[in-house]
Ligand binder design. Sequence first.
Ligand code: SAH
Length: 347
Amino acid sequence: MNRTELIGWLREMDETRLEELWALADEVRRVHVGDEVHLRGLIEISNHCVQRCTYCGINATNREVERYRMTAAEILGSARQARDLGYGTVVMQAGEDYGLTRELIADLVRQIKSETGLAVTLSLGERSDEDFLAWREAGADRYLLRFETSDPELYASIHPSLPGRPSDRFEILRHLRRLGYEIGSGVMLGIPGQTWRILADDLQAFVGLDLDMIGVGPYLPHPATPLGRGELPEAPEGEQVPSSELMTYKVVALTRLLCPRSNIPSTTALATLNLAQGRELGLSRGANVVMPNLTPVQYRALYEIYPGKACIRETANECAACLSGRIHRLDRQVGRGPGSRRLTHMK
Ligand code: SAH
């Protein structure tokens, strides 16, 4: 699909046409990645962060945030829970926190791999090449780093670079791929300044990067951030992408058509916009992954990247039961094993 065709779909409002898009995305999903829905247990291991992303509630400039860092024992405990709940993967995510040292993460990866055998995904920000290498050698399988937007100017405005440290997330992703990681990326939908053209280019960038995992979700304003306070301008009238539920389904569906074999989560940000139905509708319109939260309840509310996050009070067990119920009601099955794209490829 070229840029014009993509923009046409992104702006489409005709219900019959959209029904066709949902049906096509669902069919492509079924043919290429099957009916299994893979569960990736998410552990938000720290909310400390050195970055100043203008969209993110836990960015370094927000003094209101009570900061926490889980201990190695707590993280291992959550990983064991993932195994006991039958998940294939554990995802360790955090702000960019150098208190999470190279050695600490490498040790954790080794222990989780040897004790649970689960696939290990890391999402710890823009760390050094040495960190990425050490973690890969320790056994980490995948790395998630959303590029957030493919437009350099917009990127610079939402992700001011640190002194002496230019940020090139495309280059980091290519490097991670060379190290043998499966790579995941994605964007937020409806950040102020995001135009239809930029979003169409984002979609094409997914293809160009040959991503294994692609996460997209609505941008949700956090009042304690520059973007949430409205300090950055929207795109001109008619050009600004909305941060809506419908927009998210369109992008999930188009992503499935463009990247038929990729793992695509139905995201928590989407569930936050529609708690009753969002996850299911995402799964019916192209997605094949969900990421149940395993973070101990006492820390969950503190990992507030945006307000009103879904499932903030449920325990890990409650999340597991709720999600497997939702998956079965869709006539789909909970995936077994790591649910790796590279393995699916070889089938
Ligand atoms: N520090 C890591 C993890 C960040 S949280 C990193 O930078 O990669 C994971 C994702 O949540 C981000 O990449 C971003 O796309 C999303 N996110 C952050 N703030 C958000 C907001 N206000 N609304 C919606 N999504 C947000």
